[in-house]
Design a protein around this ligand. Structure first.
Ligand code: URA
Length: 421
């Protein structure tokens, strides 16, 4: 396709067009992304354009063009017959860990290229790195030799425009935009090159999308982008108003994922793992109920093989934080509010997450939940245990936590709110 040379378009005109609510042409979008990737657009200009998009939005054709240009900024991989799952990010969301092996146990290849966690939602790579020896950097040959699938760091040549733009959006208050989130996620997933993709779009306080209507629009936009690109795509919209499962934090979440693979684990984690596995298997054309593979050890065998392939020791004890402190109930009643965002920020402050992408994370840090939303408690019962290697962090973590105890049980909330596609 014809690309005007860097400098042939006026970036200030493009920014003004979007600022004033106009549409960007296909040629303008392709030029902006190409020029930005190659250093022909200044960071402050791209930040201004991103803010104009946050405020003015983009039409469907513009989103398709933006996504296509970001895909074309790098390489495209191909994994025939494979499926992947992507979550828009939540607190305690360790589902990728049991889900990949569970689907792989049915003979479907699950290649997962992932980024690191930033902010209050943890990254899958950080979680897996809590396992002794496990490494996220794989060569393409190692990926292709993986037993059933892998989780690896996305290489720098996969949608490099997004890599640069996401880092810029992160520090310029321009993450929260449906067109920018949808194109960012889908450019990476389409470039990754699986045949099928199941999206877990989170809604609630701990998610990007706080309202169901916004989550629905994000899900629809992503499903359409995937389907237009020839990737069989569907989405589940799932609750993220309270943390998923009983643990938040890297090693703590691996422990819980292993419990699920052993046929146990918290009911909500099991329910969501199975729901997503059913969608992935259906996209791959496999008619099987994944429940059996959790109970008969096949999913666990697949997990162990996948961890070993990436240098990890599935039998090594998981790291534990050096210090713990309990948060206890101040009265009798029911836990009516255990807010996902509060717990996510507390876990992050305890050392489980990072503020800048070069920061280290503590493998053992995080929050263990003894009394989830809806639990009945008595005064003095443990609600949460906070874990960290650096006890001076406890006070800042406690500051953000306000678990609410009421006189009556809260109304039950559906974990899976809707399916799209
Ligand atoms: N995850 C991404 O990869 N991109 C976004 O814009 C938001 C979440």
């Amino acid at each position: 396709m014809f690309l005007p040379k860097v400098g042939a378009m006026d970036m200030v005109d493009i920014i003004r067009t979007k600022r004033d609510g106009g549409l960007l042409s296909t040629a303008q979008i392709r030029w902006v992304i190409d020029a930005y990737t190659h250093g022909g657009v200044a960071e402050e200009q791209m930040a201004a354009l991103a803010m104009a998009i946050v405020l003015r939005g983009m039409e469907r054709r513009e989103i398709v063009d933006w996504t296509g240009a970001m895909i074309d900024s790098g390489v495209r991989m191909r994994w025939p017959g494979s499926v992947d799952k992507h979550s828009t990010g939540g607190v305690g969301d360790k589902i990728t860990l049991p889900l990949g092996p569970l689907v792989a146990a049915h003979g479907v290849f699950v290649p997962q290229l992932s980024g690191r966690g930033l902010g209050h939602t943890g990254g899958t790579l950080d979680k897996l790195e809590a396992i002794a020896g496990w490494r996220a950097e794989l060569s393409e040959a190692e990926m292709r030799a993986a037993p059933g699938g892998f989780v690896a760091a996305a290489t720098a040549d996969l949608a490099p425009a997004d890599r640069r733009l996401y880092a810029l959006r992160d520090v310029t208050g321009t993450v929260d935009s449906i067109p920018l989130i949808a194109s960012s996620i889908m450019s990476k997933k389409i470039a990754e090159g699986t045949d099928g993709l199941v999206l877990d779009v989170k809604v609630g306080s701990g998610a990007f999308m706080k309202e169901l209507a916004d989550a629905r629009e994000l899900a629809r936009t992503m499903v359409e982008l995937g389907q237009d690109a020839g990737v069989r795509t569907c989405a589940l919209i799932t609750d993220m108003s309270t943390p998923l499962g009983r643990t938040v934090g890297n090693a703590l979440e691996v422990r819980e994922a292993v419990e699920v693979l052993a046929g146990g684990g918290p009911a909500d984690v099991v329910e969501l793992t199975l729901a997503l596995a059913r969608e992935m298997l259906a996209l791959a054309g496999v008619d099987a109920d994944p429940d059996a593979a959790l109970r008969d050890g096949r999913a666990m065998d697949a997990w162990r093989a996948m961890i070993r392939h990436q240098g990890g020791d599935p039998d090594a004890p998981l790291p534990r934080a050096r210090h713990t402190e309990d948060v206890v109930a101040e009265r009798d009643g029911w836990v009516t509010g255990l807010d996902a965002l509060e717990v996510g920020i507390a876990s992050w402050r305890l050392g489980a997450g990072r503020a800048r992408k070069e920061d280290p994370v503590q493998a053992g840090a995080g929050v263990e939940i003894h009394a989830p939303q809806g639990a009945r408690v008595r005064r003095g019962d443990r609600l949460l245990t906070l874990h960290t290697d650096t006890p001076e962090r406890f006070a800042r973590a406690r500051e953000v936590l306000h678990p609410h105890i009421g006189d009556t049980p809260p109304a039950p909330r559906a974990l899976i709110e809707e399916q799209i596609g």
